[in-house]
Design a protein around this ligand. Sequence first.
Ligand SMILES: Cc1cc2nc3c(=O)[nH]c(=O)nc-3n(C[C@H](O)[C@H](O)[C@H](O)COP(=O)(O)OP(=O)(O)OC[C@H]3O[C@@H](n4cnc5c(N)ncnc54)[C@H](O)[C@@H]3O)c2cc1C
Length: 585
Amino acid sequence: MSIPVYDVLIVGGGGAGLRAAIAVAQADPTQRVAVVSKVYPMRSHTVSAEGGAAGVIKDNDSAEDHCNDTIGGGDWLADQDAVEAFVEEAPKELIQLEHWGCPWNREADGSVAVRPFGGMKIQRTWFASDKTGFHMLHTLFQTSQQFDPVTRYDEHFVFDLLVHDGRCQGVACIELKTGEVRIIAGRSVILCTGGGGRIFPFTTNAAIKTGDGMGLAYRAGVGLKDMEFVQYHPTGLPGTGILITEAARGEGGILLNKDGRRYLQDHDLGSPLEVSDPRHPQLKSMELGPRDRLSQAFYWEREAGNVFTSDDGDYVHLDVTHLGEKKINKRIPFVRDTALKYVGVDCVKEPIPVRPVVHYMMGGVDTDIDAATSLPGLYAAGECACVSINGANRLGSNSLTELLVFGKRAGMGAAAFAKANPEVAVDALAAQVGDKAARLKSLYSEGREGEASIASIRRTLTSAMETGAGIYRDQARLDALCETLREIKARIKDLRITDRSKTFNTQLVQALELEFMVDAAEAVAFSASARKESRGAHQRLDFKERDDGAFLKHSVAFKSDGDPRIDYKDVSITKWPPAERVYGK
Ligand SMILES: Cc1cc2nc3c(=O)[nH]c(=O)nc-3n(C[C@H](O)[C@H](O)[C@H](O)COP(=O)(O)OP(=O)(O)OC[C@H]3O[C@@H](n4cnc5c(N)ncnc54)[C@H](O)[C@@H]3O)c2cc1C
């Protein structure tokens, strides 16, 4: 069997993957790059980002301010050397994107427009209407096509990393159209597979976000860092989890419980909302409180029986009717459209049902500041990675920029590694094809009748995650979750796959995704169980305070035969000693 060999092989065609591909092609036009993606690149989750991308550009702003907001917002768990590099490179990357064609919105004087965003005390979020992710991804996609050395493998599902001689040297994937197993070799490999919000039942994340890259790295012995930190967004639609952007509250939308009470006034949203900041007067509205605090307020309202119940889960109301049709159509047309399409509510006339939904995973594949993992030849960037610039809680609009900064760094690092390590053990990799194909075949071969239904395991998994590792956690609930995951790991060995077809076998893909979801879920659950403090998105009812003495550390989960092993790593502190988190949003 002939195996294609690339210098750099990138798994994922979202923002991080495409930025990495361009970086390699620009660093050394003689290098060959492959981008392998389970969906057509423009369908990656990056496309759905609405709000914007952060980067210092205005005179009233500074790198120091952006670092301050990011580090405080992350509850001091971010690595400060990484944050400094990120903040420094962010505006350069955003300007570069403009030169490639990204249509950033403008002020009347022609300068780049910025908007306020959660946790950013100064306005620094660049945006392209309310379709920022779409425009960014489109720009990256069309730019990547200019480079001949970039070859795409669209609709190829990667299910294994190939490690030989202590080095990652390629991937095993299925071409979805034909069902054929392929081995693709790479002198270096970059994982850009995005997050894993789908391990929870209510999430803004696209169906493809099943933590695949995290699982791939984890199985190859690489640690998953800070996985216990999972961000909730307070306003998703019940049922689908589709995001109703913060802009709805920014424009004046209010949250009401089932009795019509503006319930946020009854909850502690953190002191900074009382602080009047002339640069950002909107912060005084309680609906613009921190995402995590707003989600926690929902939890307590539900405990008190003050929320609506439905088959699609519990919810409260987001009311924008008082803004009037004209303003709604002008400022938040996409919100009207989304509510109408997905819950049949015209928000000009009625409130929109909303609930907290999982939005983003701060944790991921443990990398250094240059996106390298502990496995030689393997890099990771974007939401699947944890550098970490987000610490215990990501600030909205930092992650789109993170894709650019660390996508580029990953590309440069992987290109240099490929140059220094030209030999690829093609024969040894070819020998692995048989094993990989056999494992797959065993999953859905003729005559095999597994016991376990994919849908039912998936439901058990996601609902256990919500109960055990949701907005609030405690030891009893985490222990129950870990036990459920042990049971699932036993059951999943006997999955039932009834579809035997080779062409677009979505059932097989779902089975493979479910295995990745279990990997990601166990890393979240066991890391959360071991962290006996409350920090950022990890809130425990039995350990309510942050404990810097014991836990100013990154957790790193390693796969083992039984429960994962949880290790810890120091946080890099450069200039910002830990203080109380008073960042506001
Ligand atoms: C609704 C929504 C709105 C958001 N809004 C904002 C915002 O305004 N600002 C902001 O900063 N952030 C925002 N975020 C977060 C941000 O958009 C994401 O973190 C980011 O886009 C992730 O990009 P990525 O390149 O890491 O991965 P993705 O864009 O998710 O791409 C992952 C890629 O990996 C591929 N892949 C995955 N698994 C496999 C596999 N097994 N085999 C082959 N290929 C695979 C997929 O095909 C895909 O191409 C938002 C997120 C959501 C969900």
